[in-house]
Design a protein around this ligand. Structure first.
Ligand SMILES: [Zn+2]
Length: 393
């Protein structure tokens, strides 16, 4: 039987019971359960219809994301779903595919215009049936008993990277920083300490080490395209998340007014059996989150900053680096070399050690994790960085 014959038969046949149920779920806007029902159908289906189901799934998943305001994810998945469904003859399985594609295209146009149409968006969606491209992602959150949609953020325009020590950002997020900078983001580094501890050279003094490390950090930042580097010059290895630090961070946030803050994950106390988190990383992550929310946005907190002319500022997005529970992946394939180069600028810290193999392994593992979760376009990722992301507008 040829594919066309097969489809002719399929078009005449009564739609399977799961499809009928999925349509009902779709009509009431329960795209998630709809996806679950259709996923079973998709799994049980062999032959050419399988790809139609997959396309329908993607269209429904697009709606699922759009419903939750994730327009970037919605656009990606809807586009792929459309491409699949358009291959099939109209009326297949009793579905008005033409109407569906017209509806989906119109919906995409809405998304492109930055608008979120009302849900359920169009009567034509009554015909649509769902399952996803982000299947594995959904499957994973479902296996944890959650029905959570992971937001796929757009590139932030103004980014404040707050780290405890010179070189922290190069280890954690330099690929992303380089990528954003090359794409036009304005990026500022704020280092809480200048890394004046941690030398085994008996002739070294904290003052001299500080000068060396600040220069190395400025060089690394220059290589990445970071516009500006500032140091708060807290004493290395003695940082605590107190109100003085929080106020200094609020001051920086209100001055620079970023739409994203990147900082360390204060909940990451250790990793595996080999790494105890540096206490400064925890303290700086903790103080930064407290500065972002609620202090920087609250007029009554630190009124002395108002006297300095620093008005409250809402930071809409936060990216935790070195996160325990990452949920956002950034493709750094084209920027991996620059990340390595930037880390190498921290000569006083690296000595003879070549960081490239370790960075390579991390970035490869992160890309593999992105693929495992069905992250969009992860198939092309050789190297990635991961973050725990918050949208706290
Ligand atoms: Zn550090």
């Amino acid at each position: 039987m040829s594919v066309n014959d097969y489809l002719q038969v399929a078009c005449r046949g009564a739609p399977p019971a799961e499809l009928v149920r999925a349509r009902q779920l779709f009509a009431i806007g329960d795209y998630f359960t709809c996806h679950e029902v259709l996923e079973e159908l998709w799994r049980a289906t062999e032959g050419p219809l399988r790809d139609l189901y997959r396309g329908l799934i993607q269209i429904a998943v697009g709606l699922y994301h759009a419903q939750r305001g994730n327009l970037v994810g919605a656009r990606q998945v809807l586009t792929r779903g459309l491409r699949r469904v358009e291959q099939y003859p109209n009326g297949c399985l009793g579905i008005d595919l033409e109407a569906l594609c017209v509806g989906a295209s119109r919906y995409l146009a809405w998304l492109e215009a930055g608008a979120l149409p009302p849900a359920p968006p169009l009567p034509v969606w009554r015909w649509c049936v769902g399952i996803f491209d982000l299947e594995s992602l959904i499957r994973e959150t479902r296996s944890r008993g959650e029905c959570e949609v992971v937001r796929i953020p757009e590139r932030p325009q103004r980014v404040l990277v707050v780290m405890a020590h010179p070189d922290d950002a190069e280890f954690l997020c330099a690929g992303t920083v380089a990528r954003w900078a090359s794409e036009g983001s304005e990026i500022v580094y704020l280092l809480v300490t200048s890394g004046d501890k941690g030398s085994n050279d008996p002739t070294m003094t904290p003052e001299r080490l500080m000068t060396i490390r600040e220069a190395e950090q400025r060089e690394a930042a220059r290589l990445l395209g970071v516009q500006h580097v500032e140091f708060l010059r807290y004493r290395d290895a003695e940082v605590v998340a107190d109100l003085r630090l929080r106020r200094d961070l609020v001051r920086a946030i209100r001055r620079f007014r970023p739409d994203a803050v990147v900082c360390q994950d204060p909940t990451a106390r250790y990793f595996g059996q080999e790494y105890i988190q540096h206490p400064d990383h925890i303290a700086v992550g903790e103080a930064t989150l407290a500065a972002v929310f609620p202090s920087a946005r609250d007029r009554l907190t630190f009124p002395e900053l108002l006297e300095e002319g620093l008005e409250p500022h809402v930071v809409p997005y936060v990216y935790l680096s070195g996160a325990r529970e990452p949920d956002v992946f950034v493709d750094i394939t084209a920027f991996f070399e620059r990340k390595v180069e930037a880390l190498r600028a921290h000569r006083s810290q690296l000595g003879d050690w070549d960081p490239e193999p370790m960075l390579r392994l991390w970035a490869q593992d992160t890309a593999a994790e992105a693929r495992r979760r069905g992250w969009p376009n992860a198939e092309q990722m050789l190297f990635a960085e991961a973050f725990k992301f918050f949208d706290i507008r």
